[in-house]
Write a protein that binds this ligand. Structure first.
Ligand code: ATP
Length: 137
């Protein structure tokens, strides 16, 4: 089975959509292997998104991700990375398919409700960024 790193972003936590999003992911066959709610510092957000440093939206993205708490999960499923990206929908909710998490809960490309890893190497790095080995079971 494959793992992916999932984040319920500040906008979705603020609107109390955390439970609905986790319920949907469980319905889609994902197993929660680790989970926590944290309020990132700006430096922690910058470290997580280091690969986007230098892009036009980097400052906005890191301010947003550190403005209020997020819920982080390590999820497991067959074909988890691709399946998760299918369930959350396009990065810009305006382009997201009907019924996807971003179509249902996201307001804009900047505040798009959830994050998911884009490939296995990213998933491994991202899970290790937020969870110690003993926290993932
Ligand atoms: P994620 O990594 O969160 O799953 P993604 O892989 O679909 O998103 P990326 O292109 O990697 O999208 O961008 C990472 C995040 O940066 C996006 O989820 C979004 O929150 C933010 N972002 C991307 N493009 C823009 C933009 N033009 N303006 C503001 N924020 C943006």
């Amino acid at each position: 089975l494959e793992r992916t790193l999932s984040i319920v972003k500040p906008d979705a936590v603020e609107k109390n959509h955390t439970g609905a999003i986790i319920a949907r992911l469980e319905q889609e066959g994902f197993i929660v292997r680790a989970m926590k709610r944290v309020h990132l510092t700006r430096a922690e957000a910058e470290g997580f998104y280091a690969e986007h440093r230098g892009r036009g939206f980097f400052d906005e993205l890191c301010s947003f991700m550190s403005r209020s708490p997020i819920v982080i999960m390590a999820l497991e499923r067959e074909d988890a990375i691709a399946k998760y990206r299918e369930v959350i929908g396009a990065t810009n909710p305006a382009n997201a398919a009907e019924g996807t998490i971003r179509k249902l809960y996201a307001a804009s490309v900047g505040e798009n409700a959830v994050h998911g890893s884009d490939k296995p190497e990213s998933a491994a790095r991202e899970i290790a960024y937020f969870f110690a080995g003993y926290e993932v079971s």
